[in-house]
Design a protein. Structure first.
Length: 438
């Protein structure tokens, strides 16, 4: 591979993050070129909208084109940065770029979660790099840390807050005792939540990111559809208040653990001890807690989204690629995500074990709590803590229970029986508990 003095870059998409990429190059060009060991030329920017103003940018001074094909077909462009988002045409454009021998940098977590295996294989076949530091946790240098910094470790577990929208909503509900719907509306007003927030609040965005992390940390590919995914829409102010009373905080966690004979992978609201480092992560910030067999516990914390943090992550990949191109260092297939010598099977959700928080709405009558406890006991579930409030009323009152560790399958059987009790009004609320006793 010959050395190159001028690495030419094509950008697909001049949205929020794309504009950030341009701004960083304009502000830090001498430093970036010194660190890459070559000139960096932004040769073309493809976007369907060539006239909409982008704050802080002079579009007339930029190499704008209206057709991505002009970037993909230009043999002088070495690196393509894909920041369009969505599955198509992003997938097609990346495949075309790889087939043309171009290196690709992307922040597209949904695309990698759905089609990562195909894209990694194409990059491997073409001898080029597909880099995606910006796809998970924004500006936090998490991907490179897992791939390289922890290369000497077997990862035992990871648990992370990887969606800022959900963390903002839960933090606000916790700090100000507000209901979900009210906080969601406020988050949309401030731009922390999309007009259609479904991907975020139903946990799917977190599942996309978790799928990518699992492929790196455990060297196994889990289908997105097989990741148990729950969002935060059913978390109430009452549950948050009971969590606080019990010494917990509720967070939407993306969790993966190496377990005997496989790996468990799940996204759901989780109660964690208030003393846990993750419990202190508030607002739109992200954090991922990783345990390796040699290094022990690590936590990565920072801004998980936003124009400049995400653009920073894009440039970390682009600079590494430019450095290699400039110095004639070929891409290594071994650096791309791949399945290890023995792919780890996914443990079924009904086989996982954890502690549980239950809120049973029951009539205040003698014997109701004992019947609930009896059903739990029949299913090998023991009680660690009970709170019962609102005594002396004819209305249903909350009975709050925290269990010791139990099996998911047993819990679901027990809940079905509890909810059929004559004196139980409505479905029981269940939230999983991680991290041991508060």
């Amino acid at each position: 591979m010959t050395r190159v003095d001028d690495v030419r870059i094509g950008l697909l998409g001049l949205g929020t993050v794309g504009a950030g990429v341009v701004k960083i190059l304009a502000a830090q060009r001498p430093m970036l070129e010194e660190r890459a060991g070559c000139r960096l030329t932004l040769a073309a920017i493809a976007d369907t909208d060539l006239v909409r103003a982008r704050e802080g940018l002079d579009l007339k001074a930029l190499p704008m084109v209206g057709d991505a094909a002009k970037v993909l077909a230009d043999p002088a462009i070495h690196v393509v940065i894909e920041l369009m988002g969505g599955l198509e045409p992003a997938r097609t454009f990346i495949l075309r770029a790889l087939a043309a021998g171009k290196h690709v940098v992307t922040a597209n977590k949904a695309l990698l979660a759905h089609h990562g295996a195909e894209l990694y294989e194409e990059a491997r076949r073409r001898g080029v790099t597909l880099a995606f530091e910006a796809a998970v946790a924004g500006g936090i240098p998490l991907i490179r840390s897992v791939k390289e910094g922890l290369a000497a470790n077997s990862i035992l577990s990871l648990a992370g807050i990887v969606n800022g929208t959900c963390n903002y909503i839960l933090s606000k509900m916790t700090d100000e005792n507000l209901d979900f719907a009210l906080v969601l509306k406020e988050a949309q007003t401030h731009g922390y939540a999309e007009t259609d927030p479904t991907l975020d609040i139903e946990g799917m965005d977190s599942a996309h990111k978790l799928q990518i992390l699992v492929s790196l940390a455990f060297r196994t590919f889990i289908e997105l559809k097989d990741i148990h995914t729950e969002g935060i829409t059913r978390v109430t102010a009452a549950d948050i208040a009971y969590a606080r009373e019990l010494g917990y905080r509720i967070k939407l966690l993306a969790i993966a653990k190496a377990v005997e004979g496989g790996v468990e992978v799940r996204v759901h609201p989780t109660m964690i001890p208030a003393t846990s480092p993750l419990a202190a992560v508030s607002g739109v910030f992200n954090a991922v807690f990783i345990t390796g067999d040699a290094v022990g516990d690590l936590m990565f914390y920072g801004r998980g989204a936003g124009q400049m943090p995400t653009a920073s992550a894009v440039w970390s990949d682009a600079l590494e690629i430019a450095r290699r191109i400039a110095h004639g260092i070929p891409s290594l297939a071994i650096e791309l995500p791949s399945v290890g010598p023995a792919a780890l099977p996914l443990r079924p959700m009904d086989a996982i074990r954890c502690c549980y928080y239950l809120r049973v709405m029951a009539q205040d009558k003698p014997g109701v709590l004992s019947r609930v406890a009896g059903i739990l006991g029949e299913n090998d579930i023991s009680i660690a803590n009970v709170i019962q409030k609102g005594r002396g009323t004819r209305e249903a009152v909350p009975v709050v229970i925290v269990t010791h560790e139990a099996r998911e399958r047993d819990m679901r059987v027990a809940l079905a029986k509890i909810d059929r009790l004559r004196d139980v009004a409505g479905a029981t609320t269940m939230i999983r508990v991680e991290g041991g006793p508060a």
